[in-house]
Design a binder for this molecule. Structure first.
Ligand SMILES: Nc1ncnc2c1ncn2[C@@H]1O[C@H](COP(=O)(O)OP(=O)(O)O)[C@@H](O)[C@H]1O
Ligand SMILES: [Mg+2]
Length: 299
Protein backbone atom coordinates (compact mmCIF):
# COMPACT_ATOMS: atom_id res chain seq x y z
CA UNK A 1 0.00 0.00 0.00
CA UNK A 2 1.41 3.32 -0.92
CA UNK A 3 -0.54 5.52 1.46
CA UNK A 4 0.06 5.36 5.21
CA UNK A 5 -1.44 7.46 7.96
CA UNK A 6 -0.87 7.76 11.71
CA UNK A 7 -3.66 7.85 14.25
CA UNK A 8 -4.16 8.51 17.94
CA UNK A 9 -7.76 7.98 19.00
CA UNK A 10 -9.22 7.70 22.51
CA UNK A 11 -9.85 4.09 23.58
CA UNK A 12 -12.47 4.53 26.31
CA UNK A 13 -16.27 4.83 25.80
CA UNK A 14 -16.21 2.68 22.66
CA UNK A 15 -13.33 4.55 21.02
CA UNK A 16 -11.41 1.31 20.45
CA UNK A 17 -14.26 -0.11 18.33
CA UNK A 18 -14.60 3.13 16.36
CA UNK A 19 -10.86 3.01 15.69
CA UNK A 20 -11.11 -0.53 14.29
CA UNK A 21 -13.94 0.48 11.96
CA UNK A 22 -11.99 3.46 10.64
CA UNK A 23 -8.87 1.32 10.07
CA UNK A 24 -10.93 -1.29 8.21
CA UNK A 25 -12.61 1.25 5.96
CA UNK A 26 -9.30 2.96 5.20
CA UNK A 27 -7.80 -0.43 4.30
CA UNK A 28 -10.60 -0.97 1.77
CA UNK A 29 -9.28 2.16 0.08
CA UNK A 30 -5.73 0.85 0.31
CA UNK A 31 -4.71 3.23 3.06
CA UNK A 32 -2.66 1.68 5.84
CA UNK A 33 -3.00 2.95 9.42
CA UNK A 34 -0.48 2.99 12.26
CA UNK A 35 -2.57 3.44 15.40
CA UNK A 36 -1.86 4.35 19.01
CA UNK A 37 0.67 7.02 18.07
CA UNK A 38 0.71 9.16 21.20
CA UNK A 39 3.08 12.09 20.68
CA UNK A 40 3.96 11.73 24.36
CA UNK A 41 6.10 8.78 23.25
CA UNK A 42 7.65 10.55 20.27
CA UNK A 43 10.72 12.73 20.04
CA UNK A 44 12.12 15.16 17.53
CA UNK A 45 15.57 14.48 16.16
CA UNK A 46 17.00 16.92 13.69
CA UNK A 47 14.47 17.17 10.86
CA UNK A 48 12.34 14.22 11.96
CA UNK A 49 9.71 13.32 14.53
CA UNK A 50 10.26 9.73 15.64
CA UNK A 51 7.82 7.33 17.27
CA UNK A 52 9.88 4.21 17.92
CA UNK A 53 11.26 3.54 14.45
CA UNK A 54 8.55 5.42 12.55
CA UNK A 55 9.28 8.81 11.06
CA UNK A 56 5.94 10.55 11.62
CA UNK A 57 6.92 13.33 9.24
CA UNK A 58 6.97 10.76 6.41
CA UNK A 59 3.34 9.73 6.93
CA UNK A 60 0.73 10.97 4.48
CA UNK A 61 -1.46 12.31 7.27
CA UNK A 62 -1.85 12.23 11.04
CA UNK A 63 -5.28 11.87 12.64
CA UNK A 64 -5.19 13.07 16.25
CA UNK A 65 -8.38 12.37 18.18
CA UNK A 66 -7.75 11.97 21.85
CA UNK A 67 -9.62 14.41 24.02
CA UNK A 68 -7.59 13.87 27.17
CA UNK A 69 -5.73 17.04 28.03
CA UNK A 70 -2.57 17.34 25.98
CA UNK A 71 0.64 18.39 27.66
CA UNK A 72 2.79 21.23 26.38
CA UNK A 73 5.16 18.61 25.01
CA UNK A 74 2.45 16.93 22.94
CA UNK A 75 1.19 20.28 21.69
CA UNK A 76 4.74 21.31 20.76
CA UNK A 77 5.23 18.21 18.61
CA UNK A 78 1.69 18.55 17.22
CA UNK A 79 2.64 22.05 16.06
CA UNK A 80 5.87 20.91 14.42
CA UNK A 81 4.29 17.90 12.72
CA UNK A 82 1.40 20.00 11.44
CA UNK A 83 3.92 22.19 9.59
CA UNK A 84 5.13 19.29 7.46
CA UNK A 85 2.22 16.86 6.94
CA UNK A 86 -1.59 17.25 6.88
CA UNK A 87 -3.14 16.79 10.31
CA UNK A 88 -6.76 16.40 11.31
CA UNK A 89 -7.37 18.84 12.85
CA UNK A 90 -4.55 21.13 11.79
CA UNK A 91 -2.54 22.45 14.72
CA UNK A 92 -3.77 25.93 13.94
CA UNK A 93 -7.45 25.08 14.24
CA UNK A 94 -6.99 22.60 17.09
CA UNK A 95 -5.10 25.08 19.25
CA UNK A 96 -7.64 27.75 18.37
CA UNK A 97 -10.54 25.65 19.63
CA UNK A 98 -8.63 24.85 22.81
CA UNK A 99 -8.94 28.53 23.71
CA UNK A 100 -12.37 30.02 24.35
CA UNK A 101 -11.31 33.64 23.96
CA UNK A 102 -9.44 33.14 20.68
CA UNK A 103 -12.39 31.16 19.32
CA UNK A 104 -15.08 33.67 20.36
CA UNK A 105 -12.99 36.54 19.05
CA UNK A 106 -12.54 34.97 15.63
CA UNK A 107 -16.19 33.90 15.41
CA UNK A 108 -17.49 37.35 16.33
CA UNK A 109 -15.04 39.00 13.95
CA UNK A 110 -16.59 36.88 11.19
CA UNK A 111 -20.14 37.72 12.18
CA UNK A 112 -20.98 34.48 14.01
CA UNK A 113 -23.20 35.13 17.05
CA UNK A 114 -21.64 34.35 20.43
CA UNK A 115 -22.45 35.62 23.94
CA UNK A 116 -21.06 39.14 24.40
CA UNK A 117 -17.63 38.84 25.99
CA UNK A 118 -14.75 40.89 27.23
CA UNK A 119 -11.10 40.13 27.84
CA UNK A 120 -9.30 42.50 30.14
CA UNK A 121 -5.96 42.76 31.87
CA UNK A 122 -5.71 41.27 35.34
CA UNK A 123 -5.08 44.71 36.85
CA UNK A 124 -8.18 46.10 35.22
CA UNK A 125 -10.76 44.80 37.72
CA UNK A 126 -12.59 48.11 37.28
CA UNK A 127 -13.64 46.94 33.82
CA UNK A 128 -15.48 44.07 35.41
CA UNK A 129 -17.27 46.40 37.79
CA UNK A 130 -18.37 48.59 34.89
CA UNK A 131 -19.48 45.65 32.87
CA UNK A 132 -21.53 43.89 35.53
CA UNK A 133 -23.56 47.09 35.84
CA UNK A 134 -24.30 46.87 32.14
CA UNK A 135 -24.73 43.11 31.74
CA UNK A 136 -26.34 42.33 35.10
CA UNK A 137 -24.80 38.83 35.31
CA UNK A 138 -21.45 37.50 34.12
CA UNK A 139 -19.73 34.18 33.64
CA UNK A 140 -16.04 34.07 34.39
CA UNK A 141 -14.41 31.38 32.22
CA UNK A 142 -10.94 29.90 32.26
CA UNK A 143 -10.07 30.19 28.54
CA UNK A 144 -8.63 26.65 28.39
CA UNK A 145 -11.20 24.80 30.51
CA UNK A 146 -13.60 21.97 29.68
CA UNK A 147 -16.50 20.09 31.23
CA UNK A 148 -17.86 23.22 32.85
CA UNK A 149 -14.95 23.20 35.33
CA UNK A 150 -14.00 26.59 36.77
CA UNK A 151 -16.89 28.46 35.16
CA UNK A 152 -18.12 30.94 37.74
CA UNK A 153 -21.39 32.80 37.58
CA UNK A 154 -21.12 36.30 39.00
CA UNK A 155 -24.58 37.56 39.85
CA UNK A 156 -23.86 40.95 41.40
CA UNK A 157 -21.16 43.40 42.42
CA UNK A 158 -20.91 41.91 45.90
CA UNK A 159 -19.95 38.50 44.43
CA UNK A 160 -17.45 40.24 42.21
CA UNK A 161 -15.89 41.95 45.24
CA UNK A 162 -15.43 38.64 47.03
CA UNK A 163 -14.10 36.93 43.93
CA UNK A 164 -11.60 39.53 42.67
CA UNK A 165 -9.00 39.23 45.46
CA UNK A 166 -9.16 35.45 45.05
CA UNK A 167 -8.66 35.65 41.26
CA UNK A 168 -5.78 38.07 41.76
CA UNK A 169 -4.06 35.56 44.05
CA UNK A 170 -4.20 32.97 41.32
CA UNK A 171 -1.69 34.87 39.23
CA UNK A 172 -3.89 35.05 36.14
CA UNK A 173 -2.77 37.08 33.16
CA UNK A 174 -6.26 38.21 32.21
CA UNK A 175 -9.95 37.92 32.88
CA UNK A 176 -12.24 36.46 30.23
CA UNK A 177 -15.90 37.07 30.98
CA UNK A 178 -19.12 36.58 29.07
CA UNK A 179 -22.54 38.03 29.56
CA UNK A 180 -24.64 35.42 31.35
CA UNK A 181 -27.38 34.56 28.91
CA UNK A 182 -30.96 33.79 29.80
CA UNK A 183 -31.64 30.47 28.18
CA UNK A 184 -33.72 27.37 28.78
CA UNK A 185 -30.80 25.37 30.22
CA UNK A 186 -30.57 23.18 27.13
CA UNK A 187 -28.07 23.24 24.29
CA UNK A 188 -27.44 21.73 20.87
CA UNK A 189 -24.28 19.77 20.13
CA UNK A 190 -23.83 19.77 16.36
CA UNK A 191 -21.08 17.66 14.78
CA UNK A 192 -19.59 18.88 11.52
CA UNK A 193 -17.09 16.86 9.47
CA UNK A 194 -15.47 18.30 6.35
CA UNK A 195 -17.99 21.14 6.27
CA UNK A 196 -20.93 18.72 6.31
CA UNK A 197 -23.61 18.21 8.93
CA UNK A 198 -23.25 14.88 10.75
CA UNK A 199 -25.50 14.93 13.77
CA UNK A 200 -27.23 16.90 16.44
CA UNK A 201 -28.21 16.02 19.97
CA UNK A 202 -29.21 18.08 22.97
CA UNK A 203 -28.07 18.36 26.53
CA UNK A 204 -30.14 19.55 29.44
CA UNK A 205 -28.73 20.91 32.67
CA UNK A 206 -29.78 19.15 35.87
CA UNK A 207 -32.33 21.03 37.94
CA UNK A 208 -29.62 22.33 40.25
CA UNK A 209 -27.01 23.62 37.77
CA UNK A 210 -27.04 26.16 34.94
CA UNK A 211 -24.41 24.27 32.92
CA UNK A 212 -25.43 21.62 30.42
CA UNK A 213 -22.17 19.63 30.63
CA UNK A 214 -22.63 15.97 31.43
CA UNK A 215 -19.78 16.35 33.94
CA UNK A 216 -21.89 19.05 35.62
CA UNK A 217 -24.88 16.69 35.90
CA UNK A 218 -26.43 17.44 32.50
CA UNK A 219 -28.14 14.73 30.44
CA UNK A 220 -28.13 13.96 26.74
CA UNK A 221 -31.38 13.81 24.75
CA UNK A 222 -32.39 13.33 21.12
CA UNK A 223 -32.88 16.66 19.41
CA UNK A 224 -33.64 17.71 15.85
CA UNK A 225 -31.82 20.87 14.80
CA UNK A 226 -33.43 23.67 12.81
CA UNK A 227 -31.82 24.70 9.50
CA UNK A 228 -30.62 27.84 11.24
CA UNK A 229 -28.79 25.81 13.91
CA UNK A 230 -27.14 23.61 11.26
CA UNK A 231 -26.04 26.62 9.21
CA UNK A 232 -24.64 28.35 12.30
CA UNK A 233 -22.60 25.24 13.16
CA UNK A 234 -21.27 24.88 9.62
CA UNK A 235 -20.26 28.52 9.54
CA UNK A 236 -18.56 28.31 12.96
CA UNK A 237 -16.60 25.25 11.85
CA UNK A 238 -15.55 26.97 8.65
CA UNK A 239 -14.36 30.10 10.43
CA UNK A 240 -12.33 27.96 12.86
CA UNK A 241 -10.83 25.94 9.99
CA UNK A 242 -11.72 22.65 11.68
CA UNK A 243 -11.98 19.45 9.64
CA UNK A 244 -13.95 18.00 12.54
CA UNK A 245 -15.89 20.08 15.05
CA UNK A 246 -18.56 19.72 17.69
CA UNK A 247 -20.30 23.08 17.91
CA UNK A 248 -22.21 23.92 21.11
CA UNK A 249 -25.16 26.24 20.57
CA UNK A 250 -27.74 27.74 22.91
CA UNK A 251 -30.73 30.00 22.33
CA UNK A 252 -30.41 33.49 23.81
CA UNK A 253 -33.94 34.31 25.02
CA UNK A 254 -33.22 38.03 25.30
CA UNK A 255 -31.75 38.61 21.84
CA UNK A 256 -33.94 35.84 20.41
CA UNK A 257 -31.14 34.19 18.48
CA UNK A 258 -28.98 31.11 18.56
CA UNK A 259 -25.41 31.69 19.69
CA UNK A 260 -22.26 29.59 19.58
CA UNK A 261 -20.93 28.86 23.06
CA UNK A 262 -17.99 26.72 22.13
CA UNK A 263 -16.32 24.79 19.31
CA UNK A 264 -14.81 21.43 20.30
CA UNK A 265 -12.01 20.06 18.14
CA UNK A 266 -12.43 16.46 19.34
CA UNK A 267 -16.16 15.85 19.73
CA UNK A 268 -16.84 12.33 21.03
CA UNK A 269 -18.51 9.63 19.00
CA UNK A 270 -21.75 8.34 20.49
CA UNK A 271 -20.97 5.94 23.35
CA UNK A 272 -22.51 2.44 23.31
CA UNK A 273 -25.08 3.65 25.90
CA UNK A 274 -25.96 6.68 23.79
CA UNK A 275 -26.31 4.49 20.72
CA UNK A 276 -28.87 2.44 22.64
CA UNK A 277 -30.72 5.71 23.33
CA UNK A 278 -30.97 6.28 19.59
CA UNK A 279 -27.94 8.45 18.80
CA UNK A 280 -27.08 6.71 15.55
CA UNK A 281 -24.58 9.04 13.87
CA UNK A 282 -21.34 7.07 14.30
CA UNK A 283 -21.48 5.38 10.90
CA UNK A 284 -22.07 8.63 9.05
CA UNK A 285 -19.28 10.32 10.99
CA UNK A 286 -16.83 7.48 10.32
CA UNK A 287 -17.70 7.50 6.60
CA UNK A 288 -17.16 11.25 6.29
CA UNK A 289 -13.84 11.04 8.14
CA UNK A 290 -12.62 8.17 5.94
CA UNK A 291 -13.69 10.03 2.80
CA UNK A 292 -11.87 13.16 3.96
CA UNK A 293 -8.67 11.24 4.80
CA UNK A 294 -8.81 9.61 1.37
CA UNK A 295 -9.15 12.98 -0.33
CA UNK A 296 -6.42 14.68 1.70
CA UNK A 297 -3.94 11.90 1.00
CA UNK A 298 -4.59 11.55 -2.76
CA UNK A 299 -1.31 11.69 -4.61
N1 LIG B 1 -22.48 32.99 28.54
C1 LIG B 1 -23.18 31.98 29.06
N2 LIG B 1 -24.41 32.19 29.58
C2 LIG B 1 -25.13 31.17 30.12
N3 LIG B 1 -24.70 29.90 30.20
C3 LIG B 1 -23.47 29.63 29.71
C4 LIG B 1 -22.65 30.64 29.11
N4 LIG B 1 -21.50 30.08 28.70
C5 LIG B 1 -21.58 28.78 29.03
N5 LIG B 1 -22.78 28.48 29.62
C6 LIG B 1 -23.20 27.15 30.11
O1 LIG B 1 -22.06 26.51 30.64
C7 LIG B 1 -21.72 25.33 29.91
C8 LIG B 1 -20.21 25.19 29.76
O2 LIG B 1 -19.68 26.29 29.04
P1 LIG B 1 -18.55 26.13 27.94
O3 LIG B 1 -18.17 27.50 27.51
O4 LIG B 1 -19.02 25.20 26.90
O5 LIG B 1 -17.34 25.52 28.76
P2 LIG B 1 -16.78 24.02 28.86
O6 LIG B 1 -15.61 23.98 27.94
O7 LIG B 1 -16.37 23.89 30.27
O8 LIG B 1 -17.87 23.09 28.42
C9 LIG B 1 -22.42 25.50 28.57
O9 LIG B 1 -22.70 24.23 28.01
C10 LIG B 1 -23.66 26.27 28.95
O10 LIG B 1 -24.65 25.38 29.45
MG1 LIG C 1 -18.80 23.13 26.49
Amino acid sequence: MSRKIGMWLYQNSGGDKIENKIIKKLKEREIETLSGLNLRDALAKNGHILHNKTKLDKLDLFFSYNAGEQTQYQMFLYQALSRVIPMINSYESFSLTEDKFQTSFLLRNHGVATPDFKLCHRDDGEQLRAIIKKWDKLVYKPTDGWGGVGLTKIENEATLDTLLPFLNQMDLRFFYVEKFLKYDNTDFRVDIVDGKFVSCYGRKASGTDWRTNVTSGGSVFLREPTDEVVELAIKASKVCGTDIAGVDIIYDLEKEQHVVIEVNGIPAFATPEQEKMGLDFNKKKIDLIVEMIDRKTKK
